[in-house]
Design a binder for this molecule. Structure first.
Ligand SMILES: [Mg+2]
Length: 221
């Protein structure tokens, strides 16, 4: 979730303040590398590769589940930002920065483009009777824009869209998302696949296998 980028900057500063470092890469050069990574197609290629592996794993689990006398209630968990939807056009416009207010305003417009590989995975899961839950770090007040955005780019009939309620404001993503997966598990779902672009989307258990998409743009603890 983009709103955590500022928190991260502070955290990284605290971590790095005590060690002596060589001169970091020039920030303008780093930003050019980000653009090249996307414009060259490499970002899409690497995203597709991860999703292909996830889909292959999902297919195996579906086949195995169908053979059981009592098939399990399989589920897939997907993150949203930089997993289902891309914020790249907004990041480009703001020079990979921007104030918190600007980032929130962009999120509220519900205009983020699709990450196509993830929609294909979503459709594959749904077509095979697997439930799909979006578990997002976005706040509840973003629900309307998020639903509109997901539908506009082609997602439909998801089984749940879980967003941060008031009580989870300020809770680290890893803690919040793990608790949500725990709750889904307690409802009888077997989460066979968890796909996200941050380690904090994936760590903490309650999923059989995690797939990490590339995200060189920001970091969420
Ligand atoms: Mg994300």
């Amino acid at each position: 979730m983009k709103t955590f980028r500022l928190v991260l900057s502070s955290l990284l500063f605290v971590c790095l303040a005590s060690v002596s470092l060589a001169e970091p890469q020039n920030i303008q050069v780093a930003k050019e590398h980000l653009k090249q990574y996307v414009n060259s197609g490499q970002y899409n290629t690497e995203t597709q590769k991860v999703v292909d592996n996830a889909t292959h794993y999902l297919a195996q689990k579906i086949t195995a589940n169908e053979k059981l006398a009592l098939p399990k209630k399989l589920a897939v968990v997907l993150d949203i930002d930089e997993t289902a939807l891309s914020n790249y056009p907004d990041m480009l416009k703001s020079g990979f920065g921007g104030t918190l207010e600007e980032i929130m305003r962009q999120e509220g417009q519900g205009h983020d483009p699709l990450i196509p590989a993830t929609l294909a995975l979503f459709n594959y899961a749904k077509q095979h009777g697997v439930s799909v839950f979006f578990v997002s770090g976005r706040s509840e007040w973003m629900r309307q824009a998020t639903v509109k955005n997901l539908k506009t780019v082609g997602f439909k009939d998801w089984n749940g869209l879980i967003m941060r309620t008031e009580k989870f404001q300020g809770v680290p993503a890893k803690e919040y998302k793990t608790l949500i997966r725990k709750q889904l598990t307690e409802k009888g779902y077997v989460i066979i696949l968890n796909v996200g672009d941050q380690e904090s989307d994936l760590e903490g258990g309650y999923s059989e296998k995690n797939f990490k998409l590339p995200n060189p743009f920001y970091y969420i603890p």
